[in-house]
Design a protein around this ligand. Structure first.
Ligand code: H2B
Length: 97
């Protein structure tokens, strides 16, 4: 899986308005009603990560989930990160799909 150029990443991000690119990764923050809803989304995302064999750097504070996606193997962003970002969007904001 090859590292995408900054230009390619910015073009792809036009379809993913919740995400931004900096520090060789794409980042998003999602806020939920409460901790239960947040952790429930995290569990669903975790299954998707296992299915894709691609895993986020993430932190959770009460009802907020902060996610960074990059491909460690290439020290940058690849198609794998976009595939996972789209799966996360579908889980977190299904009405937007
Ligand atoms: N997740 C992420 N985000 N980047 C990787 O390079 C990566 C991963 N590599 N999950 C995978 C697992 C690799 O370690 C296994 C062996 O395929």
């Amino acid at each position: 899986m090859s590292k995408l150029s900054e230009n390619d990443i910015e073009k792809k991000l036009l379809h993913l308005p919740d995400w931004e690119y900096y520090d060789d990764a794409i980042h998003a923050e999602f806020e939920f009603e409460n901790f239960k809803d947040c952790f429930s989304a995290m569990s669903r995302i975790a299954f998707e990560c296992e299915a894709l064999n691609h895993h986020p750097n993430w932190t959770n504070v009460y009802n907020v989930l902060t996610i960074s996606l990059s491909t460690h193997d290439v020290d940058g962003v690849t198609e794998k990160d976009f595939k996972l970002a789209k799966a996360i969007e579908y889980i977190v904001e299904p009405e937007d799909e």
